[in-house]
Design a protein around this ligand. Structure first.
Ligand code: ADP
Ligand code: MG
Length: 645
């Protein structure tokens, strides 16, 4: 072992810098937080090449005294903290006194600043943390910091930088959060010369939400205001029927700081329990305010996590605020909610989610199912709100509901209808005593034109006994074994394998009028970065500007009403996937699941037989998540249960 030596200061600085400044977006975060702490009312952030070319942050805050300028770049130099007692009551975004030191250690920095009272401002340049002379200069009131050549002296870090667009997206997300947590500050974000965000700074959260998260999201929101036990909660939450495909639109602030918190997420979602579709997530912009002594922000270097002294009080405050707001919106929560399987009281694929408010849903959606009509109604025509495929979308073939007795009548498929291999049919809630059983041998006239190819060609060595709980197919094999097959899991696997094999490009359907999807700025950027991948899965999209993505084509087997939620989910997956292979795999899962029939939906006999054939052939054993698609009960096992053996 070599001798122990204390590291030279510049090496120690580089190591420390690496912890604070991981990537361009972290530089942006620190500089903008400094501007906020300096009580600026306007902050402009400019990025070139994802920040690797240039990061410029301009504010009109308090400025720095020329004499103190070099000190601002020393490690552990801060004006925000004096003694250990202050650590327990941090009211500013920064306090570690590390950011400027760290940033300047790994880049070339120029700072111009002037305090309001001073006649002249000052300029200082630093290279690799080494300061030049402070020079007097004319400067507008406030501070401008330019960061160039980030990581020029740490080649190892430079090598690991993500694509420029990923950095831009991260910075955009960050600006979004800062803008939302500080509605009284006007934020502008310019990427490569293009304005990507501009909030008015009029002090109104709704203006900030509109500017930062887009019109569609802003329109889906309900205001909330409440709290208790020293915790106040205010902001906006999505209406129950405007649930999102992911948690990407949940934004929380604690004392003005954007944070991630499982506790807050859980409290929010608990408030929606039984009021939101399974698999959908509420969105929110919620500000939680509590005494600075009741929260510890010093638990994570990036300061995106906090620790609450009174977790239960915080949970309850958020939960009750959400609950009260939802109750006020849609009548009492204890109203006869569709207790059992609430998602089945409405057509899960109709786009009337977007056109119906929570109150109508609760009043009408919770009605007992209507008795079966004399003659079949078109499947999409319900008295509950008339779900219609948007007129802008090529209609998918209309489905007829099952007639009483289990016969299913199918209208002729339209020529222009996209081919669908395995059909999906929304649940029509037939009365219990007449729940249709799938006949073991399909009756004449129940065939779907064009689907014969899916039939097992020869006499199958198994027989479908029926479908139970609208989720499981029960069938028996020649060998005297009973199989219970999970429809959704099996279908998902089949789709997954088909997509993975990618023998041919997926069939697409063109939307007559392209749909503009606003999944959130960061999400939109992620989608746009991955256009070739989306293309591979049958989506044709392009940049619509302002955080929106224009969708022109979608996979043929996808329901028009699912486009937005699917793209939201995909964006979420793209964010999590680190390598291209991981992202592709995640998309495979999403698309396989989206195209699969869901448990709880009526399936037609041909579809069930096609699934069983695949399972029986051994081709399909586990769903893509690793759950079994079928369980087997042998004759012996059954006999044992009945004490026959
Ligand atoms: P911290 O924010 O944790 O105090 P920084 O390294 O980010 O540490 O900044 C050091 C000090 O420089 C701050 O405490 C503040 O006094 C001053 N400072 C930094 N940026 C600005 C700014 N934009 N306007 C005014 N003062 C600033
Ligand atoms: Mg700081």
């Amino acid at each position: 072992m070599p001798h122990i030596q204390q590291l030279p200061p510049h090496v120690a600085d580089l190591i420390a810098a690496g912890e604070v400044v991981e990537r361009p977006a972290s530089v942006v975060k620190e500089l903008v937080e400094n501007a906020v702490d300096a009580r600026a009312s306007a902050v402009v952030v400019e990025l070139r090449r994802g920040g690797m070319g240039l990061i410029r942050v301009t504010d009109n805050g308090c400025g720095i005294a020329p004499a103190e300028l070099p000190a601002a770049f020393l490690r552990h130099a801060t004006s925000k903290l004096r003694g250990p007692e202050d650590l327990g009551r941090i009211g500013t975004l920064g306090f570690r006194g590390e950011a400027l030191a760290a940033i300047s250690a790994v880049s070339r920095v120029e700072i111009q600043t002037r305090r309001r009272a001073d006649p002249a401002g000052a300029v200082l340049r630093l290279e690799g943390g080494v300061p030049g002379e402070v020079e007097e200069a004319g400067a507008p009131e406030g501070t401008t910091i330019l960061v160039r050549d980030l990581f020029y002296n740490t080649p190892a870090r430079l090598k690991f930088m993500k694509k420029d667009s990923a950095e831009t997206a991260a910075a955009a997300g960050l600006m979004q959060h800062l803008a939302l947590s500080h509605p009284a500050i006007s934020f502008k974000f310019i990427k490569d010369g293009q304005e990507a965000l501009h909030t008015p700074g009029d002090g109104r959260l709704d203006s900030a939400v509109y500017a930062a998260l887009g019109r569609d999201f802003a329109r889906s929101l309900l205001p909330v205001n409440g709290g208790g036990d020293g915790v106040s909660v205010s902001g906006f939450i999505t209406r129950p029927l405007q649930g999102r495909g992911s948690r990407g639109m949940q934004t929380f602030f604690v004392n003005g700081r954007f944070i991630k918190s499982q506790l807050l997420t859980a409290a929010l979602e608990e408030g929606y329990r039984n009021q939101i579709m399974k698999g959908r997530f509420p969105g929110c912009v919620l500000a939680v305010t509590l005494p600075v002594t009741a929260v510890d922000v010093n638990v994570h270097p990036a300061k995106t996590q906090v620790k609450f002294a009174q977790e239960k009080a915080v949970f309850d405050a958020v939960y009750h605020t959400v609950l009260d707001a939802l109750a006020a919106e849609g009548g009492p929560v204890s109203s006869p909610a569709p207790a059992a399987e609430p998602e089945k009281t409405v057509n899960p694929r109709g786009d009337f989610f977007r056109t119906m408010d929570a109150k109508t849903y609760r009043e009408q959606g919770a009605k007992p199912a209507a008795p079966p009509p004399e003659k079949p109604l078109p499947a999409w025509n319900t008295e509950r709100g008339g779900p219609r495929l948007s007129d802008s979308v090529l209609p998918l073939p209309k489905r007829e509901p099952p007639a009483p007795g289990g016969r299913t009548a199918f209208p002729p498929l339209r020529d222009d209808a996209p081919p669908s291999v395995l059909r999906r049919e929304p649940e029509k809630a037939p009365p219990k005593e007449e729940r249709p059983f799938v006949p073991a041998i399909p009756q004449a006239g129940t065939e779907v034109p064009g689907q014969e190819a899916l039939e097992p060609q020869k006499e199958a060595p198994w027989r479908i006994a029926g479908e139970v709980l609208r989720t499981y197919i029960v069938c028996e094999s020649e060998a005297g074994e009973v199989f219970i097959i999970d429809k959704h899991a099996a279908h998902e696997r089949i789709n997954f394998d088909r997509l993975k094999a990618a023998l041919e490009p997926p069939m697409r359907q063109a939307l007559l009028t392209p749909a503009a999807v606003e999944p959130g700025r960061e999400e939109a950027a992620l989608l746009l970065e991955n256009l070739p991948l989306l293309e591979e899965f049958g989506f044709s999209c392009e940049d619509f500007g302002g955080g929106a993505v224009l969708v022109r084509e979608v996979p043929a087997d996808m329901d028009a009403a699912d486009v937005t939620s699917t793209l939201e989910e995909i964006a979420d997956k793209l964010r999590q996937g680190r390598s291209p292979a991981e992202r592709r795999e995640a998309l495979l899962h999403t698309m396989a699941c989206k195209a699969a029939i869901k448990g709880g939906w009526k399936s037609d006999p041909a579809e069930l037989r096609a699934l069983v054939a695949k399972v029986q052939s051994g081709e399909v054993r586990y769903c893509p998540h690793g759950r079994p698609v079928a369980v087997k009960l042998t004759k012996y096992e059954l006999e044992k249960m009945f004490k026959r053996a």
